[in-house]
Design a protein around this ligand. Sequence first.
Ligand SMILES: Cc1ncc(COP(=O)(O)O)c(C=O)c1O
Length: 401
Amino acid sequence: MDMAAYRQDFPTMRAGKGVYLDSACQALRPDSVIAAVNEYYTQCPACGERSVHWMSNMVSVRVDEAREALCRFFDGADPSSFIFTRNTTEGLNTVAFGSGLKKGDAVVTGDAEHNSNYVPWLTLRDSVGLKIRLSRSGPSGIFDLESLKAAMNHDVKLVAIGQCSNVTGCVVPIKDIAEIAHDWGARILVDGAQGAPHLATDLKKWDIDYYAASLHKMCGPSGMGFLYGKPECLRDLRPLLVGGGTVGLVTYDHVDFAPSPDRFEAGLQDYAGIFGTKAALDYLTKVGMDNIAAHDADLMHYLFETTRKVKDLVMVGPDEPAHRCGVFSFNIKGMGAHDVAMMLDSIDGIMVRSGMHCAHPFHVARGIEGSVRASVYLYNNHEDIDRFAAALKKVAATFGD
Ligand SMILES: Cc1ncc(COP(=O)(O)O)c(C=O)c1O
């Protein structure tokens, strides 16, 4: 596995623009993705699936190809089960507000979820009386199946769970959770934002009902994501937006909605983003998801090794690299997370994320004001980690407790 060669596919890496350790937020894009976006604007900047001229047909073919690529990559039921969205958040909201959840129904979710997989449930609690029950993880954030089982009951309609935490990096046993949800007659909605970029994901084998993820965390264009649903699940789901493109025929007093995916894709789509999506999936396929997972694991071990002696470093999440999916969160005693992040940037151009990472309930419940998060992807190498560790040692030695 020669991951070093792939690093050269990324313009900001080639140009030596700092040390990018913020891929859990957005991944960098390789040349092929940038070229695909550019190709749309230079070769066929028309709408797809509406006009009958050649340029529009060209776009339509590429939209179909991108959907087929998603289906192959994630092993879904059918290409029409994949709906283009702007991001994971839109996918999660589509399921939350389209499932007809009502007073007395319950959703079970995790205690380390991103706000995008928690705020919709709080909103439905307040508007329709949805009950929220939490599956609680252990002290370091490792998922606890027993806690999930204890939260299940006949009122549970949906288990909404993140595949990997964007704070602790803990990977959740999705296949087991799907089995438990189905045993109780509930559906499973997976927030794949952090899992999809790092782990080979098999939607059919794991028997997933709904899955949402963001292409911008997978080397794809900004503002591109998708929602997957089994055909029977999508049939029951009300779209979040309706209008042009979502219908068969409309009269003054009646509307026939189109089947999936059209029913969920209102208005003109982000065709450049869809071109880039296909290129990103081709790229990740070429690199190989197993190679990416092995590379992540190597970088995580190296991160733990090089930072072990950093003065006053306190980990957030398990103290075990094998449990972390590309994410290394920590604090330096006596320092605010934003201060650490800004100093890393100014010392050596090291880009990390700081704050609560949109996982507010997790931080509030554990009394943590925030954390610094270094996150890695296929283009990072040991030199990036060495530079990060060296800068962090300086920060901690100078400003730590
Ligand atoms: C676990 C998790 N879920 C959901 C999201 C939301 O993703 P997006 O902003 O692309 O909708 C993120 C973003 O970082 C995330 O890490």
